[in-house]
Design a protein around this ligand. Sequence first.
Ligand SMILES: Cc1ncc(COP(=O)(O)O)c(C=O)c1O
Length: 416
Amino acid sequence: MPELYLFPYSRVCFFCPMQSQSTPFPDLAQLRADTPGCYDHLFMNSAGASLMPTPVVSAMMAYLQQETQLGGYEVERLRSDQIGRFYDETARLLNTKPGHIAYAYSATHACNQVLSAIPFRPGDTILTTTNDYVSNQLAFLSIQQRLGIRLLRINDLPNGDLDLTHLDELIRTHRPVLVAITHIPTNSGLVLPAEDVGKLCRQHNVWYLLDAAQSVGQLPLDVAQIQPDFLIATGRKFLRGPRNTGFLYISDRVLEAGLAPLCIDRRAAGWTTPDTFTLQPNARRFEPQEISLLSVGLAEAIRYANDVSLEAITQQNQRLMHRLRAGLQQIDGLVLLDRGSQQSNLLTFHTPRQSLATLDAALRRERIIFTVQNAASALIDFQRKGIDWLIRLSPHYFNTLDEMNAVVDALDRSVH
Ligand SMILES: Cc1ncc(COP(=O)(O)O)c(C=O)c1O
């Protein structure tokens, strides 16, 4: 029997969003019953693409089924209220208003929309970190090549944390147009101080882009506290939504400054005279035209996370990670790579004891689902750690402590 924890909150039942608020908060068995995939494997890949809960899949299947009868446009018309709930749930998730939320096809799509909205000029500076997500780094480098901007990286402290004093100095010296950080990098458990960066950006009036692709669904995100101008996120990871989904938060400052993506989709603006257009007054000016069952699936995943509550998710995740890290630390020859004073649900390790191929095969025989990363996914971090591959484990709240023990045992067998 898995060890079960009752969450200390009273919320709605996950099977039925319409049920009353007085329904007791479901226990872990309930959450696992919504997650059929968790019985067959030791699922440790929520940082890659997590397991969608049953209500997410059901919502998408009902939508798709209806499309086979009525076609996509008619279904969109009939379900406009359901589609609109995406904005409400996402605003609830981030502690903001629906008008600050835009749908995106992925976090990278959201990032590119943001970057195209900022009118960079030659000589402008972007500040980023050594841990920013690979696609973001590629986009910055591409802008650097095309527009002649300067790309500078903030130093890390010896323990891996971001050096906020260096950030302050860089802002004062270079007056950057944009500070862009990744809240939790794809390649390590590190959590960057999003709120502290927000304070500095506000103090110096610099645009602030926060990539929350790995933190959304894992940690509470309050944009009133963090104060980003742009927050980008993906659906398929700790939010447990479908692939090919994401969203953006856009601040009042951005809207008031009139920023909008360079290339505008028809949902984002009205074509008012043959030679002019009028932007949507809210964040939807960043949206694409095409929406589908995926946006309904994403909305349902966000509702599910909101109903579980991010505070409860974080508490359960801390218990899991404590057990997992403590167990893996005992394994001789296993090198845990995560640094920084605050760590998340991504755990990365390497071992000189086995080749990647041998370890990979052994862990798959143990029915563990995990991610292998190579240097190209985080070049700077891999170089300084002196490795060319790592394995990433990323449990989530539907996992059990027994599963953490099982993963530790499996790794102990596989490394020796
Ligand atoms: C930190 C981070 N940012 C952005 C992304 C990209 O997300 P998407 O595939 O939705 O563009 C990822 C994906 O792994 C990520 O880990």
